[in-house]
Design a protein around this ligand. Structure first.
Ligand code: PLP
Length: 395
């Protein structure tokens, strides 16, 4: 057998999105693409914004000599400085370019941070429902994931539950706001409570505990709500993010990690992060993308278009009887499954050619996820099928 036992076990457990994709292909072949309503993937349907295209054309017309060569493993200083300026303004702290490493997406940044900080057997707290890759990324670096539920009605942080899970093996806590899969944003008061909890536990246990803030959706928030900056509230924190969602560039693999200037021994952490970026084989983030995003730190895709889709689906589905938290950001809903078994519900949805991901895929059976980064026309066409599904599910 060419595959390690662990990997075949992981593949079997993590194949929800792939299974749904394959199911979708079958349905599309049978009924035609416009009759299948695929809400499974967090792959933005929009094109990158015009300023990105302008930068791309400028660079293509006037290439910079050496622009395709290797560089410092941390990335171009010009880009890192641009990120640092944006984060300084958001946090009111003097973030330096030297505290930023450009990475291959947020996924790359998460792996770099975990490799940098984990000793074998160290525990990393993840908050249910969670982005499923966290479990695998933690395992990549010899860590042990520890699942702690958020509040089951609001999906907000349960500070007492997080506190109860912290022990002498805890090395990190991963948070995600705006959240995939729930769309909730953690308010400043929650982040302040988390900061106080972590600082107290660090003192009590005599070890550093890093809050890793995974925030690729940070620029996708609705009604001007905005996302509080973690650096203000948690001293020992790292931001991991990308331009996969805000500039709609997921295939280009461009992101970064940034350390809080208030982190203890921050220079040592950065040295570790630059080394890890190199030896994980990333070497450096894509050169062309680094140049293009440097000047786009305040640019994003049209958030209003996502908000319109959120409002349309929220109003239509709650009218049909689906129960869900109205998300303040990202582009997901995480409603309660009308059937006790979310996998049965997702199979029932397939009969109506609606493709969804069961909550089990996020460690949260009893729910399901809708990704609405899809064509608005598809949402409109899907509404009669949702009505039939609701009826059949007993709503
Ligand atoms: N973190 C979360 C919560 C995500 O939803 C995603 C992608 O969907 C990632 C990380 C990975 O992002 P990237 O494509 O930039 O690696």
């Amino acid at each position: 057998m060419p595959v390690a036992d662990k990997i075949s076990g992981f593949i079997a457990k993590s194949s929800w999105i792939r299974k749904m994709f394959e199911e979708g292909e079958k349905l599309r072949a049978e009924f035609g693409a416009d009759k299948v309503y695929d809400f499974t993937l967090g792959n933005p349907d929009v094109e990158p914004p015009q300023p990105f295209r302008d930068e791309f054309q400028k660079l293509a017309k006037a290439p910079v000599p050496g622009m395709h060569r290797y560089m410092n493993n941390a990335g171009y200083l010009e880009t890192r400085n641009a990120v640092a300026r944006m984060l300084s303004a958001a946090s009111d702290l003097p973030v330096q370019g030297s505290q930023v490493v450009m990475t291959c997406g947020a996924g790359g940044a998460l792996n770099v941070v975990l490799k940098t900080i984990l000793n074998p057997g160290d525990e990393v707290i993840i908050l249910t429902p969670y982005f499923v890759e966290y479990r695998f990324y933690i395992d990549n670096h010899g860590g042990v994931p520890v699942e702690v539920w958020t509040d089951r009605d609001t999906f907000q942080l349960d500070i007492a539950a997080i506190g109860a899970a912290i022990n002498e093996k805890t090395r990190a806590i991963i948070i995600c706001s705006p959240n995939n899969p729930t769309g909730v944003i953690y308010p400043a008061e929650s982040l302040a409570a988390l900061g106080a909890l972590v600082a107290g536990k660090e003192k009590e246990l005599g070890r550093q505990i890093c809050v890793i803030s995974d925030e690729p959706y940070a620029r996708i928030s609705y009604e001007g709500k905005g996302v509080p900056n973690i650096f203000r509230y948690v001293a020992n924190s790292v931001i991991v993010t990308s331009h996969s969602k805000d500039l709609a560039l997921p295939g280009e693999r461009i992101g970064y990690l940034a350390a809080n200037p208030r982190m203890k021994d921050v220079e040592q952490f950065m040295e570790g992060a630059v080394f890890s970026n190199r030896v994980l084989g990333f070497v450096n983030a894509p050169a062309l993308m680094q140049r293009l995003v440097a000047g786009l730190q305040h640019v994003s895709v049209d958030i209003n278009a996502y908000q319109e889709k959120r409002d349309l689906l929220y109003e239509s589905l709650t009218k049909l009887g689906f129960k869900m938290v109205k998300p303040d950001g990202a582009f997901y809903f995480f409603p309660k499954s009308p059937l006790a078994d979310d996998i049965e519900f997702v199979k029932l949805a397939q009969k109506h050619r609606i493709l969804l991901v069961p909550g089990a895929g996020f460690g949260a059976p009893g729910y399901f996820r809708i990704a609405y980064c899809v064509d608005k026309g598809m949402i409109e066409r899907s509404l009669p099928a949702w009505a039939e599904l609701a009826r059949e599910a007993g709503l």
